[in-house]
Design a protein around this ligand. Sequence first.
Ligand code: SPD
Length: 368
Amino acid sequence: MRRTVVALIAISVALFAWHEPGWAQSTRRIVNVYNWSDYIDPKVIENFTADTGIEVRYDTFDSNDVLETKLLAGKSGYDIVVPTGYFLERQIKAGVFQKLDKAKLPHLINAWPEVTKRLAIYDPGNQYAVNYMWGTTGIGFNVAKLKERLGSPDAASTWDLIFKPENLEKFKDCGVDLLDSPDDILAAALKYLGLDPNSTNPKEIERAAELVTKIRPSVRKFHSSEYLNALATGEICLVVGWSGDIKQAARRAREAKNGVEVGYVIPKEGAQMFFDNLAIPKDAQNINEAHAFIDYMLRPEVAARNSNFLGYANGNLASQKFISDAVLNDKTVYPDASTMQGLYVIRAHDQKTQRLMNRLWTRIKTGQ
Ligand code: SPD
């Protein structure tokens, strides 16, 4: 008798949902995520939906500027976005995010205080964002091609490899890519010149742009995501790129057993350290689901799974016991104290500086 009643209720609910699609839809839980490309283990998305019943609509970008344009225009349709620290800083000021409801983030307890403190430079009081992953901007290379041309893989340990035109020219035939990101490349050039990577002095920024212009003839492409595969397949041999993307290229090449060995180095003159963070736009429609997504990313096993897959460090201290030794002991992923000393961070640029950098960057890329 009880079974018959249960079955009748189930049939009525199904019939109601069929006649009332709006009602059925409102029970569907969705979160719209806009993340960097190659920045999550696909299994994590699958597991999140299996565990929470929340469907993930997932889009990717490879430039902070693209994300910012959508955020400033409003109604992006996203519930979760992943800005880098210095963009987050000015986007918070522009009022595009909502404060996080920390009562909905019980796993925030796992955050790494050291990273939380560094993030507070951009998000005072850590009110709007939690760190997702962090990494460095350095040099990725094909080990054999580097040895062939310069004798030793140690040649990659200095920005001389990139910024001395006579060095870079030796790699033109095997393919050199640079990130399509003035905040990364001009900052590295400033640092190489012994100047402040956060300089707002137009003359200094112009000097950095001149340096990049001189190496421009040896650059195959300015792009911020294609280099991952290109390095893995041997289509290019040298790149200024992001740590974890180069680590993923190395893994893909190993898995493909294609004879390509990829290396990554943080040059001795210093490199940029960046923090990419989870935040909820002010006009997000699925606020509970967005918090559920952030909280899931903060589970130690989940954060570790992402770091193991991506080769990026994360801001979750409790995750470290689940991270493989190969990743956790890799000083180019989790830098030691002495490497840390050489790392610098970028702050939000004022409008005038940003405009100048963008103008110079277009000139460099177009060669005009
Ligand atoms: N494929 C993920 C790349 C993440 C890069 N974050 C931006 C760093 C800006 N300096």
